[in-house]
Ligand binder design. Structure first.
Ligand SMILES: *Cc1c(COP(=O)(O)O)cnc(C)c1O
Length: 432
């Protein structure tokens, strides 16, 4: 064991017992971490090749102002995304404000009044309920005459093919598939399983569009949903593909017609992709994408490390300590509010920014229980940075994700263990 590393952890408040337990768990994870590094290597090369093939040059890093006509850097970046995701086209813009916006844009621009939207994987991410109109909302798809159908996953997490086939009708125009479990307890879908689902849907109705909500899934595997038949993949740049550097933005990569529709909706009919100044943001978009594979790998290692530690303490973890990963989210269930609070305060205390503030549960608009959030991030709200949150209600689960570097994710998790131990929430005897 490296004495001086231990000393640095000690200076950051980690006791000898907690440190040593962390080292032993890391030792046991070597093989899994190597596999994650191999995936990162593949994706790193894929991105470098895309940048070279599309002749990214110094001039691409300069932005435009005003209308943004002939924005070489913006147009080249979109070509790079198309190469990475193996799609015909892509829209990658700072004017797409977040993941929800990117998803809403993809849906609203590719559905018309009278069309029906189908989710064959159960309830979509919370914020999409208002986009679709599952919860009545101003400007929802429902207000524009787009209907919605949902088929839940089977109790074992499988696809309910029988009812999916029944749900597809002459109005069904677009199918939305969420890759990550988000903040639900269903399993995250592997790209391979998404491919099987898309193949089934296209067999039932070949001209239906399949869109994948790719949030939290980018570069976790060596293939993306667009490699297995998705017509559009959609995500946020303050998650995986922004690599922690993008301060805003979203992307839609997919079939030319789908992306064009989205561009005409984002800007204006007649203008489409031709306008939209990139301002001074392109270096962060390029460099963030470049770093994304290793940043995603760091976040994955942190999630697996946390699962292995907390399973040893007797808490239930999802995914569990040995499961293969298809997104970067880790859930830990404490069964009592003190657990969530100590965990979030530990994450905050490890942050590079705002480490000295103490997060407390508060009444957040739109939630039916108090929520606690830890986010000492360079980019506000960024969840590719080390972050955690949880609603203060049974079963008292915390959702944790991110970490721009593995050493920082490791510190954050050890800090949560230390806080839990100091408050008697972890049996001292289990720290060994
Ligand atoms: C984060 C996320 C979204 C929404 O993204 P925001 O940037 O928070 O609006 C949608 N779907 C999934 C699965 C997500 O993880």
């Amino acid at each position: 064991m490296n004495q001086s590393n231990q000393e640095m952890f000690r200076q950051l408040g980690i006791s000898e017992e907690v440190y040593k337990m962390g080292e032993r768990v890391c030792e046991s994870l070597k093989e899994r971490f190597e596999k994650i590094d191999r995936t990162a290597e593949y994706n790193q090369l894929k991105i470098v090749k895309a940048m070279q093939d599309n002749k990214v040059g110094e001039a691409c890093l300069l932005g435009t102002t005003g209308y943004g006509y002939n924005d070489l850097g913006r147009d080249t970046l979109e070509a790079v995304y198309s190469s990475v995701f193996h799609t015909e086209d892509a829209l990658v813009r700072p004017q797409i404000t977040c993941g929800t916006h990117a998803l809403a844009l993809a849906l609203m621009s590719n559905l018309r009044p009278g069309d029906e939207l189908l989710s064959p994987v159960g309830k979509p991410y919370d914020t999409l309920e208002e986009v679709i109109g599952i919860r009545p909302s101003k400007g929802s798809l429902a207000e524009y005459g787009v209907s919605y159908r949902q088929v839940d996953l089977l109790p074992d997490g499988g696809f309910d093919y029988e009812n999916i086939e029944k749900a597809i009708n002459e109005k069904t125009h677009l199918v939305t598939i969420q890759r990550s479990k988000g903040y639900q307890t269903r399993p995250t879908l592997s790209v391979e399983r998404i491919g099987e689902l898309i193949a089934f849907i296209k067999k039932v109705k070949p001209d239906v569009l399949c869109m994948v909500d790719n949030c939290y899934g980018e570069f976790v595997e060596t293939i993306e949903p667009s490699d297995v038949g998705a017509d559009m993949v959609v995500g946020s740049l303050i998650k995986n593909p922004g690599g922690g550097l993008a301060p805003i933005g979203g992307y839609i990569a997919g079939r030319k017609e789908c992306v064009e529709n989205a561009a005409y909706r984002l800007t204006s009919p007649g203008l489409g992709k031709e306008v939209g100044a990139s301002l001074g943001i392109l270096t962060q978009f390029y460099q963030g994408l470049f770093l994304s594979p290793t940043v995603t790998a760091a976040a994955l290692k942190g999630a697996i490390f946390a699962a292995n530690l907390y399973e040893k303490f007797g808490y239930s973890v999802l995914p569990d300590s040995t499961e293969e990963r298809f997104d970067i989210i880790q859930a830990i269930t404490f069964g009592k509010p003190e657990g969530i609070i100590a965990f979030c305060q530990g994450i905050q205390a490890a942050a590079p920014v705002d480490s000295y503030v103490t997060p407390e549960p508060w009444d957040m608009p739109g939630y039916d229980a108090k929520v606690i959030m830890a986010a000492g991030a360079f980019v506000s709200g960024s969840s590719i940075e080390l972050s955690a949150d949880g609603p203060i209600k049974p079963p008292y689960s915390v959702y944790f994700q991110g970490g721009l570097t593995w050493p920082h994710a490791k510190l954050g998790i050890l800090k949560t263990v230390q806080f839990m131990a100091d408050r008697g929430l972890i049996d001292q005897k289990s720290i060994h």
